[in-house]
Design a protein around this ligand. Structure first.
Ligand SMILES: C[S@@+](CC[C@H](N)C(=O)[O-])C[C@H]1O[C@@H](n2cnc3c(N)ncnc32)[C@H](O)[C@@H]1O
Length: 179
């Protein structure tokens, strides 16, 4: 599978470029259900394109864990608006450092395709989510990588109930609920 070189991650989080591609943090984070006290993890949070806006949506009583293998090397801007407490941790999406059924929501924004094993990553997502919790996936270029998008969709259907799916100009967005 073609992965993005790590040196491009900062570029990928550039707001002007992402806006041109159709990504809007304030709008896109509405895919994540938010209630006071939500525990959410953003897996592959990278340069933080969604992190601050997601924290704002989750609200001050919630916790957002931003996990990325490169967390220690990435500068993190303090959020401009009040919101969930953010914990930045280094980790691997294929071996999540969370207890079973401990999270309410997960976001993978263009990160699942970077992981060595999408099946292992989604198995981990299923393990750490509580029943009724949701995993939200933004997948990059579903037309160019149609086979990959179809296989991720099939993996999601094996494990979750797909509650919402939208195809954008350069992406496929999915919201899946753990039964
Ligand atoms: C294309 S960037 C997307 C970053 C961010 N989510 C965004 O929307 O701008 C992909 C991210 O996936 C992360 N990543 C790569 N392998 C990973 C893994 N095994 N587990 C978790 N994250 C990983 C990278 O470090 C990178 O930050």
């Amino acid at each position: 599978m073609l992965r993005t070189p790590a040196r491009c991650y900062h570029f990928i989080s550039h707001r002007t470029i992402r806006a041109a591609l159709g990504d809007r943090p304030r709008r896109d984070v509405r895919w994540i259900p938010a209630r006071p006290g939500t525990v959410c993890a953003e897996i592959g949070s990278g340069g933080g394109f969604y992190t601050a806006e997601l924290a704002r949506r989750l609200g001050p009583q919630s916790l957002l864990v931003a996990l990325d293998p490169a967390a220690a090397d990435t500068p993190h801007e303090p959020p401009a608006a009040p919101g969930a407490r953010i914990a930045y941790i280094a980790g691997d999406g294929c071996a999540l450092p969370f207890a079973t059924a401990s999270l309410d929501a997960l976001l993978y924004s263009y990160s699942l395709e970077e992981m060595p094993d999408a099946r292992a990553a989604l198995t981990e997502a299923e393990r750490v989510l509580r029943p009724g919790g949701q995993v939200v996936l933004f997948l990059w270029r579903p037309v160019l990588h149609a086979r990959r998008a179809a296989s991720v969709l099939a993996l999601c259907r094996e494990r979750f109930e797909v509650v919402r799916a939208e195809r954008g100009m350069q992406n496929l967005r999915l919201a899946c609920r753990k039964p």
